[in-house]
Design a protein. Structure first.
Length: 245
C-alpha cells in the first residue's frame, strides 16, 4: 500500500481511535453536504422554471409595449421631448436584499415606486389613453426586468455554489473516506500482526520457562538421590575389635 493510498500514521491504538473519529466526521460532513447540494439543486430548478416563465411573459409584455408605443406616437405625436423634459428623478427604483438558502446568500432585487407620477399631464391634449396604456406596459416591462435580473443573479450564484458543493461531496466520497478506511485497515492489520507476534513471543517464553523449570527439578532430584546414597557420619556404627599381641 503506497503512501498516497493511506494517511501516514504510526499504527497504534490511539491512532486507530483518531482515524475512526475522523471517519465518522467525514461521513457526517458528506451527509450534510449531500443534503445541502440537494436543497440547492431543488432551489436551482425552481429558479430555472421561474426564469423561463418570466422570459416568456417578458416577450409578450415587450411586444404589447412596442405596439402601444406605436399607437401613442400615432395618436399624440412625438412624446419623447416632453417625457425627457418632465423627468427629474427615477420613479421606479431598485433595492437589494439577501436570501439565505442552505447557508448560501443569494442577492434579491425588488422594485418600488418613489415619488409621484410626473407624466400625468402627458397626452392631455390628444392621445391620452394611448399614452397611459403605453406607460402601463413599459412599467410592467421594467418590473419584469428587475425580477428577471434577480432570478438570473441567483441562478448564476447557485450554479457556482452547486458545482463547488458537488466537488466537495465527490472528494469526500471518493478520496477522503476511502483513504481513512484504508488507513484504518492498515492500522488494524498491523495491530493484529503485533498481537500475533506478542502471543508467539509469550508462548516461546513460557516454553523456555517450562524447560528451565524441568531442568531445575531434574537437577534437584539428582542432588537428592546423591545425598541419600552418601554415608552418614553421624550414624551409630561399631568398628571391629583390634587384637594387639
Amino acid at each position: 500500500m503506497s503512501g498516497k493510498d493511506k494517511i501516514n500514521v504510526f499504527p497504534s491504538r490511539m491512532a486507530l481511535t483518531l482515524m475512526k473519529a475522523r471517519l465518522k466526521g467525514a461521513q457526517k460532513g458528506h451527509s450534510l453536504l449531500k443534503k445541502k447540494a440537494d436543497a440547492l439543486t431543488l432551489r436551482f430548478r425552481q429558479i430555472l422554471g421561474k426564469i423561463i416563465e418570466t422570459k416568456t411573459l417578458m416577450g409578450e409584455v415587450m411586444k404589447q409595449a412596442s405596439f402601444s408605443l406605436t399607437e401613442a406616437v400615432y395618436a399624440a405625436g412625438d412624446i419623447g421631448p416632453v417625457v425627457l423634459q418632465n423627468v427629474d428623478k427615477a420613479q421606479t427604483k431598485v433595492r437589494s436584499k439577501k436570501d439565505n438558502v442552505a447557508g448560501v446568500t443569494l442577492p434579491v432585487f425588488e422594485h418600488y415606486a418613489d415619488g409621484s407620477d410626473t407624466f400625468q399631464l402627458t397626452g392631455l391634449s390628444r392621445g391620452g389613453q394611448q399614452v397611459a396604456r403605453c406607460k402601463e406596459f413599459y412599467a410592467k416591462a421594467v418590473h419584469l426586468l428587475v425580477d428577471l435580473a434577480s432570478l438570473q443573479t441567483s441562478f448564476v450564484t447557485l450554479d457556482e455554489v452547486i458545482k463547488i458543493t458537488n466537488r466537495r461531496v465527490n472528494a469526500i466520497e471518493h478520496v477522503i473516506i476511502p483513504r481513512i478506511e484504508r488507513t484504518i485497515s492498515y492500522i488494524t492489520t498491523e495491530l493484529d500482526e503485533r498481537e500475533r507476534e506478542e502471543f508467539y513471543r509469550l508462548k516461546k517464553i513460557q516454553a523456555k520457562k517450562k524447560e528451565a523449570r524441568k531442568e531445575r527439578e531434574a537437577r534437584l532430584a539428582a542432588q537428592e538421590a546423591a545425598s541419600d546414597n552418601a554415608p552418614n557420619l553421624l550414624a551409630d556404627s561399631r568398628d571391629q575389635d583390634l587384637l594387639f599381641t
